[in-house]
Structures are given as C-alpha cells and as structure tokens.
Design a binder for this molecule. Structure first.
Ligand code: ZN
Ligand code: ZN
Length: 151
C-alpha cells in the first residue's frame, strides 16, 4: 500500500535508556495493532505500531545499540541491546518498518486505525476501539495481491 505523504511535523521517539533515538518524517496519523502469536511472544501482548514507513522517511540515532533478530524469512524485529526495548518490525520484501507506538510522543487524538490477525487475538487483549479488523488469512491475501510471495 502506498504511503500518502501529508504535511506534518516529524515524530521523535526513544528507547527506555535513550541510547536509540528515532525520527519519523511525515508520519501518518493513527495506530495499527497486530494480534498475531509472534507479536504476542515478542512484546508480551498486542503490537501497537505506527503506520509503516520506508527507510528514507526515518532516521535512527545510536544505531550501534540496535540488534535485529531475524524472526522469519521475510521479517526482522529489532531491540535496544542496552535496555531491551523493542523498536521495530522490519518487513524485508517491502523494505518498510513498523515502529513501536509507545516509543514516541504521539498526538493525544490518535486512535487505532486497524487491527490485524484478529483470529489470533486472545480474550484478554480485546480492545475497546472500534476499528477495521482483518484475519491473518486476509492480511496474507492482501500482501499476495500487492505482489509479495510467502511460499
Ligand atoms: Zn535502550
Ligand atoms: Zn504480528
């Protein structure tokens, strides 16, 4: 899906210890939530992320503190090796990055735009937000339609 550029101020964020600082240029408002089993195991619950961005739209200061773990054939997940804060999910075929929402100072009116992998969402992670919901199969189908290959 193409990112639609909108004029907005950059977002800045950091990990718990501050060794890693992130700037996102022209962020799109709103939060995506992934309920897949891997995200639960990775972050202890649903993965609340910014809309994904391309490398050109982001800057990481303190990149030497970042460790990326190759979590599957098509993705890696990164964390600060000093404090352990999770930082981002990197979808390799699309070259885009989904950053942990909680790292950033976000406008108060941002809400949840979309929840995915809802078929793997446990009862204890039900969210009050009324937002579009997609199953894992629907997400994978969408990615295949966009030209990505998972086989
Ligand atoms: Zn840190
Ligand atoms: Zn997930």
């Amino acid at each position: 899906m193409p990112d639609i550029p909108t004029p907005s101020t950059p977002l800045t964020g950091q990990c718990l210890c501050g060794a890693v600082r992130i700037t996102i240029e022209q962020p799109r408002s709103g939060i995506d939530v992934c309920h897949c089993r891997m995200c639960q195991r990775w972050g202890g619950g649903p993965f609340f992320s910014l809309h994904s961005v391309k490398q050109a739209a982001m800057a990481i200061e303190g990149a030497e503190h970042v460790t990326a773990y190759r979590s599957s054939e098509w993705a890696e997940r990164a964390f600060c090796k000093t404090c352990g804060s999770n930082l981002y999910y990197h979808f390799i075929p699309g070259e885009h990055f989904s950053f942990m929402a909680g790292l950033f100072e976000l406008p108060e009116d941002w809400g949840i735009d979309e929840q995915i992998f809802v078929d793997e969402q446990p009862a204890w992670a039900q969210l009050a937000a009324d937002s579009p919901r997609k199953t894992g199969a629907e997400v994978i189908e969408e990615a295949k339609t966009a030209g990505y290959d998972f086989d």
